[in-house]
Design a protein around this ligand. Structure first.
Ligand SMILES: [Zn+2]
Ligand SMILES: [Zn+2]
Length: 273
């Protein structure tokens, strides 16, 4: 499997880091996990377009993780020569979110259908809501969802991809919890969104400090990785964005608690199992 970090950023706009989005390639299929700011630009850079996606999986409905979902829907629809419903998997609430997105796009849908004689259908979707279940099992790829803990954002889920004897976990925003441990057990690659506690604590803004109580710190992610016996820990969605040249400090902070490989890279970093 290949894991492509399409967007390693977070809610804060950054000229070099797109919003949270990760592409998992397995068994000839492509899964997009979350679709933050700039997801389709990075997807194109990775050689993929929305029409090529097997499924979009949402970890939760925080805006930074779904802001470009509408772009996936529209672009897949207008680029498809035939009807091609988008398969969407997410926590409970995803179906309502998808329906609201389609309602938001209603004007544009009308314009394009009126303009293109060969485009006679509206964008279609199939939605699977999950809490703790196998959400995909086809052609040698199995995807399992388990609940994570990002309260008060609730419900939230993480995903484990299994293929050819290897496993990749894309966790989304969460503090350490039982569901996350279960997903990560023995995984080859564990991708975790993180905040760096010491740097966040140094910023005297109450609203910024609030992020500490519902994200994994670098240390938390490393401890989860060690507890689960994963091979490679991948840090993403880093808050605050690492200043160029300081990536080693983040890795060293994780390495104090985890002996495996630790990766913190720019957008489009690819990790293979
Ligand atoms: Zn979140
Ligand atoms: Zn987030």
């Amino acid at each position: 499997m290949d894991v492509v970090l399409l967007g390693t950023g977070n809610p804060l706009p950054d000229p070099d880091r797109a919003g949270p989005a990760t592409l998992v390639r397995a068994g000839g299929q492509q899964f997009l996990v979350d679709c933050g700011r700039g997801a389709l630009m990075r997807l194109a850079a990775a050689g993929a377009f929305p029409g090529m996606l097997t499924s979009v999986l949402l970890t939760h409905l925080h805006s930074d993780h779904v802001t470009d979902f509408n772009d996936v829907v529209t672009t897949r629809w207008v680029m498809s020569p035939v009807e091609s419903p988008l398969d969407v998997i997410g926590p409970v609430g995803t179906e309502a979110f998808v329906n609201r997105t389609l309602a938001m796009l209603d004007d544009d849908i009308g314009y394009r259908i009126a303009h293109h004689p060969d485009l006679s259908w509206r964008p279609g979707t199939t939605v699977t809501e999950t809490h703790d279940s196998i959400v995909f099992d086809r052609d040698g790829v199995r995807v399992t969802a388990a609940p994570t803990d990002h309260r008060p954002v609730h419900p939230t889920v993480g995903y484990r991809f299994g293929h050819d004897g290897t496993a990749v976990v894309v966790a989304g925003d969460t503090v350490p919890c039982e569901g996350l441990d279960r997903l990560c057990a023995g995984a080859d690659v564990y991708v975790q969104t993180v905040v760096r506690r010491s740097l966040v604590e140094a910023v005297p803004m109450a609203r910024f400090q609030d992020i500490l109580d519902y994200h994994s710190s670098v240390e938390d992610a490393a401890r989860t990785a060690a507890r689960a016996g994963v091979k490679t820990l991948v840090l993403t969605h880093c808050v605050p964005p690492p200043a160029p040249g300081t990536e080693g400090e983040w890795i060293a902070e994780a390495a104090a608690h985890f002996d495996g490989e630790i990766i913190l890279g720019p957008d489009l970093t690819t990790v293979s199992t």
